[in-house]
Ligand binder design. Sequence first.
Ligand code: PEP
Ligand code: MG
Length: 845
Amino acid sequence: MSPRDGSSATIFAPFSGILVPLDEVPDPAFAQRLAGDGIAIDPLDQRVVAPCDGRVLQVHRAGHALTLSAYGLEILIHVGLDTVKLKGKGFKARVKAGDDVRKGDELMTFDADYIATNAVSLISPVLVTNMDRVTSLRPRTGKVRAGDLLLEIGTAAAQWAQITELQRDALRSSPIVVTHEAGLHARPAAVVAAAARQFTSDVRLVKGDREANARSLVSIMALEVARGDSITIVARGEDAQEAIAGITRTLTTDLAASHGAAPAAKRPERAAAAPKAAAPSRDDGALRGVPASPGVAVGQVFQLRHDDAVLEERAADANHERRELDAAIASAHLQLEAMRTRVATEADADRAAIFAAHQELLEDPEVLDAAAQHIREGASAAFAWREAYTAQSDRLAGLANPLLAGRAADLRDVGRRVLHLLVGRDDTPHDVPSDSIIVAEDLAPSDAATVDRTRVRGFCTTMGSATSHVAILARGLGIPAVAGIDPRVLDIPNGTRVILDGDAGTLQMGPTAADEGEIAKRQAAAAQQRNAELAVAAEAAVTRDGHRVEVVANIGDEKEARQVPEVGGEGVGLLRTEFLFMERRTAPDEQEQTRAYEAIARALGPDRILVIRTLDVGGDKPLPYMPMGTEANPFLGERGVRLSLNRPEAFRAQIRAILRASKVGKVAMMFPMISTLAEWRAARQLVEEERSALGVPRIQVGIMVETSSAALMADRFAEDADFFSIGTNDLTQYTLAMDRTNPRLAAQVDALHPAVLRLIERTVAGARKHKRWVGVCGALAGDLQAVPVLVGLGIDELSVSVPIVPAVKARVRSLKLSECTETARQALDAADGAEVRALVARRHT
Ligand code: PEP
Ligand code: MG
């Protein structure tokens, strides 16, 4: 029967052997047909030949399996069971992906003795993996010789028309000489890939005896087309002619006209760019970022990567794994989109282009196909994905052209992003050497759990800002941090000795002995002062003229809560609950939240206040399991309480958990990002409903003052809000209209700016009208220069990171309220933050 005659295809035996029905294969993934349907063969020879005419879609990296495409079907030949773990030993591929083969052509040879003794079994499944195209499948029984009929497969007639079309002879362009300056490196390759994806035909670029899938950025880059090279376009399919014409135009007109500058791509916003060459660095060679946590440390670089994690290799349900992978890729897209939008609005076009390039890589068919294939073969989504992207990034890294080899890092970056989403919390401990300066693209709360904190001297990230997670984490640990640093930091080899200066926001490589001596002196002096402050930390913070200020802590988890009493913290002024929600794949349920809040309340004891802030995500902090649309201005979008109000079920669950925890401690609740009275009233109403349903006593409920509107309307909010907690990090960015995460604006985003101070003054005035208390929980509260000003403005409570509680208390004790009041008065009239700092330095040495 001819394979092309309308409704059936015939697959012949790729080698001789005894036929074994799939049900009897001793591997559940195959026996349950999770990878597809077909037959298995217990081989009697050691040579695999093509079971029909077709094209090699993939040769598995471990060499033990390959997939052919023929007549619209994907046919997997998997030699032996669990042979992936042989890592290629015992197999020799004779073809590569993209090769066209004819029935009987040799595809692979294998060493049957070696496999029989080192793997589970030699039994080899031959399967159709895309069974959605199959209407019937009849395997033979008994014994076969290579080339004998093996499977008769029926497919829907309509599909044959399409398949026949695809099998039509390929069209070929005349040779095209690439004139683009750097050849088809990342950016032009992305433009060509984008152009190819506009057509349905299968399009290949051919250079000599090598070819690339034209839709695949990775594949094109791996073809290593240099300026002056001649390539041919080969297309098969309905619009093959148009595809050849379109891509030829892209190569000869669009790219050639651009001379290495931005080419006229159809989707210019998605075009990839080479990484920024002249990223910010100082004349002394130090890399520069944003000061994120004060202090200075000497240590050795440790690059924190997530692809070191130990993954579950196999999974039982291929469909489920496929869905998981798709969801993780979609989430990664969202994350990259958010970051891209953010840096684009910061006019940082180079970094925006890098994120765009990462998004492009997420769509790369070579990587996606390889991952899909691994999943069909029974791999877990995470394992399949890691195999796919590391294979491709290794391939790129091995290229001679350094520009292209550099793209391997991009692929690994984007690969890790998806992997991280797939594995959720990565609790695999990282083997961090002592005196490490942790370097990463970004650090999430879960990262802190995977490193031995006693070995960490500082953090340094390419993302983030003075108020991002890494800053909060580092301040919580009392170690220096620099965020938003030059991405070249990611290339520094592990073990390189560096100085991390969290005050200046720099990372200096190769310190001299004199540099190190100087730093050791600074550290010793700081330690001595800290010990002195710690010795009296339990005493109240009362000014010299008898005015008491509460000093409490900002925390994110129970571990930090336990440290609060040890450092003299009088309670918790801000529990950032989002740490419980981030870096995982589903939201914590009500019970889990209740347990977490109760544990924290217990750690503080019955007398210390615990202010729990409801979820503050959204905008630039998306949660993978809470889909949100792309926003042009995420900081002005659906974040904080706005997001919670739009998801009332989840919001109510959190409110109930907080109310339940109030039975074991002195719990208060507050809402982030309140800007209108309507939001506040809606949130408070939910609290009241849940409280009466649960029958728990009233607790204090307040708002964060983080927007100018909340500050300006403070007297109205104070009518029924029990307290205010001023979030100076956000209040400053909104007041000055300067993004708090933008490294370029970092020096100017000073919360001591008189504009911010005037809003704080107004907030205090509004609160006083109704006898409400006012705290500050933004980073300004822990800024020792700001303490006299805040005390002078009438702030009742300063909420700061745990390690600096003793220093802030000591600072308050050194002051006189009367002098602070005068300092504050003058500060309100100053011109800018620098003038306020100079004023404080003059009046309160
Ligand atoms: C703030 O904005 O000052 C604040 C404390 O909230 P977060 O830093 O968590 O946004
Ligand atoms: Mg905030």
